[in-house]
Structure formats: C-alpha cells, structure tokens
Design a protein around this ligand. Structure first.
Ligand code: IYR
Length: 224
C-alpha cells in the first residue's frame, strides 16, 4: 500500500550486559568524575587541540532528539577578531542586564557567583563553542518545526559539558541575554537560535571558583 509515511527500518540493538558489581563501580566512577566538574570563569589562553573539541561535539551529537531531527549546530570560534566582537556585544547586553534588566531578587541570587557585566573570558578562552538550536527546517520548499528542540539541545549540551570535562578541559555555561547578536556576528541563518555559549579551554593558573555545594541525593531524589 502506498503511504505518505516511510516504513520504519530496524537493526539489532548492540548491548552487552555487565555484572552488577561492575555496573556499580562504573556508576561510582562516572559520578566521581563528573562531580569534579566546575563552571570556570578564569581561563588560560593556552590553545586546546581541536581534535578534542571535535570528539566532544561528536559525542554531544549522540544525544537523543525529538523525531531524531538532531536540531543542533555547534559553532567553534577560535578567531580572535570574532571573539572580540562577541565580547563587546555580550558586555553591552550584560551591562544593561546588571543595571536594570535583572530583578533585585535575581541579582541577590547571583551574588554567590561574583559575576558582573565584565566578560574577559570571551576573549581569553582559546575556544568559544556557540550552540544553536535549529527551530525549523525547510525541505522542498516546505517549512516544518523541529520537535522538542529545547529539550533535545539541552540534553546535547549536557553531554558536551561532560565530554569536555572528561577530556580534561574546563567550561563555562554562559548565556548572555539577549543572545541575538550571536546570530548576526556568526552569520547564522534565521532558523538557528542561539542557545548557549560555552568558553572552553584550560583554567588560568590558580583559578578560583565559588564555594558552593551540590544538593545531596535526599534533596534531589524521591523514591515512591
Ligand atoms: N548572564 C549573566 C547573568 C547570569 C545569570 C545566571 I541565572 C547565572 O547563573 C550566571 C550569570 C552573566 O553571564 O553574567
């Protein structure tokens, strides 16, 4: 029968069962590794091997996505002049945010992080990974939305941060707001919406991070 839908095609799942003890060991090791990840704002300008960034992005691209549309684009900025443009545009927006756009409640929340409108890391970090969310695609002249793109890109970014950390790099999950200027500076098409900007590299010598704690299991999990 003719159908407007394509037939699904299946292949066997590749899956290897692991002994329970080994499972637990791996779960613990993975936690210990990821629990050492910190958001870093003080970068060294030391170059990072592009191969590592490529692999991490490839890893991010393994994320599940709505209807498997993989609605992400990772733009890796190394060019000094473009980084400078991004810093200037971000600091302009951030100035407005810190001087009126953010509520007092919000600013009070942020106080523990010691952030302000100055974003030197946008020029110092050797690499800025700018993640775009593809909100629609056009095929044969027809435009259609992507599905669950916020969730999909959020998951991919989580995997990206884990992959970069695992490879010995540090990152900052940065969301200058609004971020439209990234679309312009990086010349992206209209259907690519800036999602997050991730300065990546090595930490500055003697970098410091906020003394903040993660919630214990009892506060983040409930078993019923
Ligand atoms: N985007 C601003 C403010 C900011 C907001 C949140 I929510 C943070 O967790 C951290 C910062 C900035 O980057 O400074």
């Amino acid at each position: 029968m003719n159908s407007i839908f394509s037939e699904p095609k299946f292949v066997p799942l590749e899956f290897q069962k692991i002994e329970t003890e080994e499972q637990i060991k791996r779960a613990e090791k993975f936690y210990e590794n990821l629990n050492r990840r910190r958001t870093v704002r003080e970068f060294s300008s030391e170059e990072v091997p592009l191969k590592i960034v490529e692999k991490a992005i490839l890893t991010a691209g393994t994320a599940p996505s709505g209807a498997n549309m993989q609605p992400w684009r990772f733009v890796v900025v190394q060019d000094k002049e473009i980084k400078r443009k991004i810093r200037i545009a971000a600091e302009k927006e951030e100035y407005e945010s810190y001087h009126g756009r953010m509520s007092e409640k919000w600013l009070r929340r942020l106080a523990i992080l010691g952030t302000d409108e100055h974003k030197p890391f946008l020029e110092i970090a050797p690499i800025l990974i700018v993640v775009f969310r593809i909100n629609s695609i056009t095929e044969n002249g027809e435009t259609e939305p992507t599905y669950y793109s916020q969730e999909s890109v959020g998951i991919a970014v989580g995997i990206l941060l884990a992959a970069l950390h695992n490879a010995g790099l540090v990152t900052l999950t940065h969301t200058p707001s609004p971020m439209r200027f990234l679309q312009e500076i990086l010349n992206r098409p209209k259907n690519e919406i800036p999602f997050v900007l991730i300065p990546s590299g090595f930490p500055a010598t003697n970098a410091i991070v906020p003394d903040i704690k993660r919630k214990p299991l009892a506060e983040i999990m409930e078993i019923i």
